[in-house]
Design a protein around this ligand. Sequence first.
Ligand code: G3P
Ligand code: CA
Length: 307
Amino acid sequence: KAASYRTLSGEKPIIIAHRGASGLYPEHTILAYETAIAQGADFIEPDLVMTKDGVLITRHDPYLSDTTNVADHPEFADRKKKRVTPMGEMEDWWVDEFTLAEIKTLKARQQFATRSMELNDQLDIVTFDEVMDVALKAASEGRKVGLHIEAKWPGYYSSVGLDMVDPIIEGMKAKGLAEAGIPVFIQSFEPQFLAAFAAKSDLPTVQNMVGPPYNKLLGLEYDIETMPTTGVGAEKSFILNEDGTTTDFVDRAHARGLLVHVYTVRDDQPLKGYDTAQAELSALIAAGADGIWVDYPDTAVAVRDGN
Ligand code: G3P
Ligand code: CA
C-alpha cells in the first residue's frame, strides 16, 4: 500500500543532500554533488559565499582553512588576517579577499575526523555556475534534481559592497534553470536577505532558524507565526527532544502553511537520545517534516522509501 506522509502536501518529504553527499566526499565538490544525485537525493545544497571579484562559489564558510588546502600554499601565507565575527575574533584566509582565479588554485578538504580523508587535496572548489551545470546535466539525462541554495553571510557581503541577490538571480537566468524545469529553494539565516530576494523573484524562500546561543550572538530572532517565507529551515532540535518525543513545531508551522525543512541528519553524528541516523530520520518523517538535509543521502532515501 502507498505510504502516507504528514507533510504539508501529503507527498513524501524531500531529501536534500547537505553540501552534496558530504559524509562520503569533501563537501561542495562535483563528486559530492554527483554522488548525491546518483544516490537519489531530490535536491542538492550549495552554500554560497563571494570572492573579491564578486563571483559566487560554493563553500559553507566565509573563510578557507577548514575545507581547503590554502594553508599549504606559501604564496598565500601573508594573506591570513584577523577579523571580528559574530562568533568572536578569528584569524584565517577570507574568501572575499581572494579572486576566483586564486580560489581555483586551491583544492577541497574533508574537515571531519570521522570521515575519509582519502580524496583531500584532489578536488576543485566549485562555483555557483558549476553546480548549476551539475543539475542541468542531470536534467538532460532525465534525472530532475533541485537546487536548495543558501546565501551565507549576505549582510556581511553587502556591507563590503558585494550584493548576493542579483548575482544569484542573474546567474540562474543565464543558465536557464527555470526553462530546464529545475526546482529551486532559496534559503538564508538572514531575514533581510530573503525579503530583498523575494522583492525581485517568485522563487520559494526558506527562513533558516538557529537556536541558542547562536541566535543571540547573531542578533537573529524568528517567529514562525509571522514568518513571510514559503518555509522554515529548522535545526532538528526544534522538533526532536532528547527523550525521543517530538515537539509541536511542525504542526504549528503547517498550521501557518509553512513548509518545514530540517537540518542536519548525519550517520556519524546522531542526535543525543537517538542511536542511529535511521531513528532520527524516522522520527522526523513521523513528525511531518517536508524536507530533511542529510550528509548521507543513500541512508535517508532508504529510510524514507522503506527499503
Ligand atoms: O542550510 C540549512 C542547513 O544547511 C544549515 O546548516 O550546514 O549551512 O550550517 P549549515
Ligand atoms: Ca546550508
